[in-house]
Design a protein around this ligand. Structure first.
Ligand code: SAM
Length: 447
């Protein structure tokens, strides 16, 4: 059956060239419907690229601030990270709770924030999974953190879609997961196998199978180990972390198609209500340009960003920022040259080809050269020290002394320097507030 005109319902051959989602019998009806259609018309099309796979390409010029898309997730749930101690997300609302001593869900005994938590009964959140989690083998329960494992819940929610929302399940199963890089001998396979697959199969799917045998009714059709691995891969490669008041990861029907760029042309926000994502243009995007987002940390240097992308998203970034030794003049990864005979030359060390892991680093003032391995060793060592100091609740003096030490080796714009300066600004803020508070008290006392 052919398409129908969105205005009059008659057979239609003309498609909206921007979104290609609606058809018209002719130009006149397309014009007439624009008032309604423009609110939902997508300014991009989905194309296939030999390197990127599927990607989004602008079908009209998009101005900064314009909405590129807005949509609700196919599924969302607690972040799939293992929590060995400390707070865990409530399975109803994903807000962090202290598992020990918190109330328990009536149906499955998982620690929850409050028995009245709305998400506990919502079938798209905890409601459905609770039935499976309630089938657990009680004997298997040792420690709280060992058994009530919120890191497996998003995978379970994806599996459950096959009954309630088969189209969403199909969409998730159609997403890229790089199984070629997550084969049986890899660390990631072994981790997922014991942490998620064994946990779900042994504790919940095995008793579910026994129940299915008794009742003759099949609760879930596909619970194979391969499907569990596929879903975990899809979550790792396509899941978006929703940075709000809860620890949530979500899979979106279209937003996941945005490619990565270290200089992205969009920005996005999430709505608390259902975690709707709204993607807006951050830069002018011309017709034919790709629509991109940032999969890693924008204030990390090139080596750290590229390594993170390679390990988690399985590709080598070759964007303009990664390819430029100065990172577009920001010098975020640059080092100070140590010079010869321990006499600093005042020069700057930069990589010759930042996208090559074997690249040499050269000084712009003297002949000193460094290997990439030497630079990684130095920068990673400083990074570890920065992390340790920041985690130790440092004083202003401790941070200032670390900063001075770092500035012997790092360019003043280096990302580790920014990180320490950022911590210092927060401490200075608290310091100033405390001083003015004390000064006020002294004034009041004097009066
Ligand atoms: C969230 S998915 C994006 C959608 C994906 N292209 C698809 O066809 O389903 C992320 C994957 O897309 C590819 N990708 C995204 N950005 C890329 C980039 N800048 N360079 C190379 N590959 C990229 C990588 O394979 C990555 O693991």
């Amino acid at each position: 059956m052919g398409d129908k005109c969105a205005e009059c319902g008659e057979p239609a051959e003309l498609k909206c060239s921007a979104c290609k989602l609606v058809s018209y019998c002719g130009k006149e009806h397309q014009k007439k419907d624009w008032k309604n259609h423009k609110a939902v018309c997508r300014p991009f099309e989905i194309l296939e690229d030999p390197v990127l796979g599927k990607c989004l390409v602008a079908t009209r010029d998009i101005k900064p601030g314009d909405i590129v898309m807005a949509e609700y997730p196919l599924v969302y749930g607690p972040r799939p990270h293992m929590v060995e101690e400390g707070p865990v997300p409530c399975p109803g609302c994903c807000r962090l709770i202290i598992a020990e001593g918190s109330p328990r869900c009536e149906g499955c005994d998982f620690p929850i924030c409050h028995p009245g938590c709305e998400g506990l009964r919502d079938m798209d959140r905890h409601g459905h999974e609770c039935m499976i989690l309630g089938l657990r083998d009680v004997k298997a329960i040792n420690g709280l953190h060992d058994f009530y494992r919120q890191d497996a819940l998003l995978t379970l929610r994806c599996l459950l879609l096959q009954n309630r929302h088969p189209k969403k399940f199909e969409q998730i199963m159609g997403m890229m997961e790089h199984m070629d890089r997550r084969g049986k001998n890899t660390e990631v396979y072994k981790d997922i196998d014991s942490r998620i697959a064994d946990y779900l199969i042994d504790n919940f799917f095995a008793p579910m199978k026994i129940l299915e045998g008794r009742t003759g009714k099949q609760a879930l059709h596909d619970i194979s180990r391969e499907t569990i691995h596929k879903i975990c891969g899809v979550i790792d490669v396509n899941g978006l972390e929703v940075n709000m008041d809860a620890e949530v990861s979500a899979l979106y029907p279209t937003a996941y198609l945005m490619e990565h760029n270290c200089l992205p042309n969009t920005t996005h926000i999430f709505d608390k209500n259902g975690y709707k994502i709204t993607v807006k243009a951050a830069l002018p995007i011309n017709t034919g340009e790709h629509i991109s987002t940032m999969y890693t940390h924008c204030l990390w240097g090139t080596q750290a960003r590229r390594e993170h992308l390679r390990e988690t998203k399985y590709f080598d970034c070759k964007c303009v920022r990664c390819s430029d030794p100065t990172e577009l003049g920001s010098y975020l990864s640059a080092l100070k040259c140590i010079g010869t005979d321990d006499e600093p030359c005042g020069g700057t060390q930069l990589p010759l080809d930042p996208t090559n892991d074997e690249t040499q680093w050269t000084c712009d003032k003297c002949p000193v050269k460094l290997t990439n391995a030497e630079v990684s060793y130095l920068v990673n060592g400083i990074g570890e020290e920065v992390d340790n100091v920041q985690l130790s609740n440092p004083t202003v003096r401790e941070l200032e002394s670390l900063l001075n030490k770092m500035l012997t080796f790092l360019h003043p714009n280096h990302y580790h320097v920014y990180s320490v300066k950022h911590s210092l600004i927060q401490l200075y803020g608290r310091w100033t507030l405390r001083r003015s508070y004390l000064a006020n008290i002294r004034c009041v006392q004097a009066v």
